[in-house]
Design a protein around this ligand. Structure first.
Ligand SMILES: CO[C@H](O)CCc1ccc(O)cc1
Length: 119
């Protein structure tokens, strides 16, 4: 009958933590990861603290992952994308660090969609 609820097809999140570990390891060893490996020194980069409200970097993400501070894949992806959004905000597209950010974002998008497609 029309009022019978269709069971929601929730995705299986049991592998998410492992996915985050695999993805982060791949980001950390990417050749264009160097601008993003550690927090931007807000002392030695004029204006950074004022312009970038939510700094993020791969070592901070690693720390949060190790301390179980990510509830799910979504909150992990939000932090990774924050790294790239901050980079776009602070750097010209046509700069070494700007290009590195675009390359890393492209790589990340490709890898997490590939890994999520795996059964
Ligand atoms: C992820 O790197 C940050 O966007 C800082 C970029 C930057 C730092 C110092 C400079 O002289 C120029 C750009």
């Amino acid at each position: 009958p029309v009022f019978v609820k269709r069971a929601k097809t929730a995705r299986d999140n049991n592998r998410d933590l492992g996915l985050c570990r695999v993805l982060l390891a791949e980001l950390e060893r990417h050749q264009d990861a160097w601008p993003f490996l550690t927090p931007v020194s807000q002392k030695s980069v004029p204006g950074y603290r004022k312009v970038i409200k939510k700094p993020m970097d791969f070592s901070t993400i690693r720390e949060k992952l190790v301390n179980s501070q990510y509830q799910n894949l979504e909150t992990f992806i939000i932090d990774v994308n924050l790294v790239y959004d901050n980079c776009e905000k602070f750097n010209e597209d046509n700069s070494e660090i700007g290009r590195a950010g675009h390359n890393m974002r492209k790589f990340f998008e490709k890898r997490w969609t590939e890994l999520l497609k795996q059964t």
